[in-house]
Write a protein that binds this ligand. Structure first.
Ligand code: 3ON
Ligand code: FE
Length: 495
């Protein structure tokens, strides 16, 4: 059982690896309290609930998991009510979570390299991967859904966060069938009288890959579902939508299942980046065409790896899409410990804009933000539409790769950037934009909410930034009684 490193003092760095590492300690306790340690003031117009998901356990009873993406999903719920805020967290009671907690040891392999103890002999030919429900959480159609892209969603009670069971949308999904962790909310769907629609997908990889698209109306009913096959293996984590299209980046990767089958590596560690092959961009119409085939288009651009897209929109014959691109998919060494990661040895993600010309099938790409970044987010009304402002987690400085410690607001029209940083002891996460209601009009009229891990006190805080001005100090900082391990995604609901 390894101890955390002492914080080393490298003067030119905005963080120490020792501080960063502590944010990956498990949070075992489940809390339920009104937040009373507050700097500043919670705006009284901020009403609703922020749900967050992410790995809550980085060990099972002292046995380390191999990678944070293998950690059991834990939901945090911060409810804002008349200037006060309430916190609650609960683990998703997946079948595997309950079994492992009861047994007090790792019983399942994880996609990112967690193995059952006992070496490869104990793991070989075990294809039974646990559904850890750890990637996203969204309230839609009266249901709170915890999502993990390789299997079915879990449905939770939005008040108590109690796990109610797996969600199959009235039989639309079958047991174990995937439903991705990156739904997009179309604020106004033409096919459904301008009503909001949730669009999501699933990936079934193989020698060719099946991409299935789901559209759910605001009652949670699946109103459209269609599947398409594209050539080659694909690892697709996120997508983007416009009023007429779904856009997927099929980054150049190959899958060699043998080390996984032999119990040597997790399935996700068998995905190998192919630097000399292009990225394929798959454009699928959202509604069936009146005649002929579906008209799925595949365009090509340079090699790279994209986890997350910021947004996409249509302009005449073009689709514009903004995405966070890496030069390659970092490979997790099977013997390595993610806590010892050398940030400087990895390439940062940068924000790029791609112009897809659907007429002549060409792609133009240009770099927009050359600053290590992740987790882009925008005003919900602009999803799929032209937009001006983007918010994301960034490193403290614009040089090289480093943990996220700050938040950036980008004005895509003027090119202006504003940063609020929690460095040197604070570490950032995915920001969420919450519009002010009623709105005074501007696209940036609202707040950006995010969890920040404060390594000085080993506690996390909810930071409320004024979205119209990141150069100001936060409007409020809500200090929690404990830390929350670095998470993945979440959503705000005003309901
Ligand atoms: O592609 C195949 C199909 C598939 C669905 C093979 C496969 C085994 C790789 C697979 C499974 C994929 C899974 C389970 C992916 C899960 C991803 C996950 C839990 C998180 C991804 C997070 C991405 C990013 C960019 C996180 C960044 C985090 C930070 C900057 C640090 O806070
Ligand atoms: Fe994601």
């Amino acid at each position: 059982f390894q101890l955390y490193e002492r914080a080393s003092t490298v003067p030119e760095k905005s963080y120490t690896r020792g501080d960063w590492q502590k944010g990956y300690e498990s949070l075992k306790q489940e809390y339920d309290y009104w937040i009373d340690d507050i700097e500043g003031q919670i705006p009284s117009e901020l009403q609703g609930t922020l749900f967050r998901n992410g790995p809550g356990l980085l060990d099972i009873n002292g046995q380390y998991i191999h990678h944070p993406f293998d950690g059991d999903g834990m939901i945090s719920r911060i409810t804002f009510n008349n200037g006060r805020a309430h916190f609650r967290n609960r683990f998703v009671r997946t079948a595997a979570y309950l079994e492992e907690q009861k047994a007090g040891k790792i019983l399942y392999r994880g996609v990112f390299g967690t193995q059952k103890p006992g070496g490869w002999q104990k793991n070989a030919f075990d294809f039974n991967i646990k559904n850890i429900a750890n990637t996203n959480v969204i309230y839609w159609g009266g249901k709170l859904l915890a999502l993990w892209e390789a299997a079915d969603p879990h449905c939770l009670d939005p008040q108590t966060l109690e796990t109610l069971g797996k969600e199959h949308f009235n039989g639309v999904l079958s047991e174990g069938e995937a439903f991705a962790a990156h739904p997009r909310l179309d604020p106004s769907c033409g096919e459904n009288d301008g009503e909001p629609i949730l669009v999501n997908f699933s990936i079934k990889p193989g020698l060719s890959t099946t991409i299935t698209i789901f559209e759910l109306d605001s009652t949670g009913k699946v109103v459209r579902k269609h599947a398409h096959s594209v050539p080659g293996f694909a690892f697709i984590h996120d997508f983007a939508i416009t009023p007429n299209y779904c856009i997927f980046f099929q980054n150049p990767v190959a899958f060699n299942p043998i080390p996984f089958a032999l119990g040597l590596r997790g399935a996700g560690e068998c995905v190998k980046f192919q630097p000399n092959q292009p990225t394929r961009i798959v454009v699928i119409p959202r509604t069936p065409p009146t005649k002929g085939g579906w008209g799925v288009q595949i365009l090509e651009t340079h090699s790279g790896f994209v986890f997350h897209h910021a947004n996409a929109f249509e302009v005449e014959d073009e689709i514009v899409i903004d995405s966070i691109c890496y030069e390659s998919l970092p490979e997790v060494e099977s013997g390595s410990n993610f806590r010892q990661v050398d940030f400087d040895a990895l390439k940062p993600g940068h924000l790029w804009r791609f112009n897809l010309n659907l007429k002549d099938k060409t792609v133009l790409s240009k770099s927009i933000v050359n600053h290590c970044c992740e987790f882009p987010t925008i005003h919900p009304n602009n999803v799929g539409r032209p937009y001006r402002y983007l918010y994301m987690g960034v490193a403290h400085t614009d040089i090289g790769n480093a943990p996220l410690q700050a938040f950036m607001k980008v004005d895509l029209e003027s090119g202006e950037r504003q940063i609020w940083s929690a460095a040197p002891r604070g570490f950032a996460s995915e920001p969420v934009f919450v519009p002010r209601t009623p709105s005074k009009g501007g696209e940036d009229d609202g707040w950006v909410l995010a969890l920040v891990y404060n390594s000085e006190h080993h506690r996390s805080e909810v930071v409320i930034l004024d979205a119209s001005d990141f150069t100001k100090e936060p409007i409020a900082r809500l200090h929690l009684k404990h830390h929350i391990p670095y998470g993945l995604h979440g959503n705000f609901t005003s309901q």
